[in-house]
Design a protein around this ligand. Structure first.
Ligand code: AMP
Length: 304
């Protein structure tokens, strides 16, 4: 069946009060793919990098069994570079630079062999490109998409069209409010359901995530960690864990969506424990299961 992932592949430099990393592997498609790779194969990544993209980054993705046939390499171009600095409150970050480089002209060409993927995760790219990707595919079973403030404000009409073609939208709380002009998150989610996607996941950072469908509201906590080093990519990792689980089980029932949200939160909790993808690259299935189970203990209590 397979999972198709489309998005950015980047070289990140990040500073937090607890350390820093330079020229590390980043990008939305990277985090989504690595997280999902713990649950399903094949993962098919579509993105673009320049001739400067380090071989060790390619090796890391290949070691996770990610199919890179759709990773375009523009030999005389430079890879997308992003720099960010987090405050003591890790919810606050300044973007130091966004050098789009080859990503500016990214035209996601889906290799023939990828078009039958049953599961699709569209990282946060131009909604016009997201729709173009979807139109080239052969009836996927589930399309999950991400977006951001920038597209909500600059391309609202194009985004509205793309939303109609998505089954699930994953976005953070400020994006949900901006998209709907609605401060209450449940009402906002219902408004988004009316725009197209029938499953809405609102990420609330260290406060967890909310799953809203017409039948269900499910609130998942974030894992209470004592040591968080780098929140970069947590949202993408969450989406990757979530869709990876759905692709593995091929079960879109309400109960399994809840499990998927907890698996997404589980992977995100590993992501933030180290810089870049270091917390994600060498996990074992047992570690993931252990943390998944401790999630269940987090909000379980006796009725009496
Ligand atoms: P997040 O922490 O979820 O915002 O994701 C951070 C990742 O997104 C980093 O690895 C960046 O390389 C990547 N990124 C930052 N800005 C953009 C952008 N405008 N488009 C696509 N990816 C981006």
């Amino acid at each position: 069946m397979g999972l198709l992932v489309v998005g950015s592949v980047a070289i990140d430099s990040v500073e937090t009060p607890f350390g820093k990393v330079k020229d590390a592997l980043g990008g939305s498609a990277t985090y989504i793919s690595i997280a999902a790779s713990y649950f399903t194969v094949p993962i098919r990544l579509v993105g673009v990098v320049g001739g400067d993209f380090p071989k060790e980054h390619v090796r890391l993705l290949e070691d996770r069994q990610i199919d890179l046939d759709g990773l375009q390499v523009v030999k005389d171009g430079k890879t997308f570079r992003w720099g960010g600095r987090y405050h003591y409150d890790l919810n606050v970050r300044d973007t130091l630079y966004t050098d789009l480089n080859v990503f500016e002209k990214f035209n996601p060409v889906i290799p023939e062999g990828f078009k039958k993927s049953a599961y699709v995760c569209l990282g946060n790219i131009d909604p016009v490109l997201q729709l173009q990707v979807l139109e080239s595919l052969n009836k996927p079973r589930l399309v999950v998409g991400d977006t951001m403030n920038y597209w909500i404000e600059s391309k609202p009409r194009e985004l509205a069209k793309t939303l109609k073609a998505m089954d699930m939208l994953v976005l953070n709380e400020s994006e949900a409010r901006l998209l709907t002009n609605e401060p209450n998150l449940i009402k906002a989610a219902k408004k988004i359901i009316a725009m197209g996607p029938k499953i809405i996941i609102i990420k609330k950072g260290e406060h967890g995530a909310l799953l809203v469908t017409l039948e269900t509201i499910f609130s998942a906590p974030a894992y209470p960690l004592e040591n968080i080093y780098d929140p970069t990519g947590a949202g993408d990792t969450f989406a990757g864990g979530l869709i990876g689980w759905l692709a593995r089980t091929d079960d879109l029932s309400g109960e399994n969506l809840k499990r998927a949200v907890i698996y997404g939160s589980t992977l995100a909790s590993f992501c933030v424990e180290k810089f870049s993808v270091d917390g994600l690259k060498d996990l074992t299935y047992l570690q993931i299961q252990d943390r998944y189970r401790s999630f269940m203990q987090l909000s379980r209590f006796d009725e009496r």
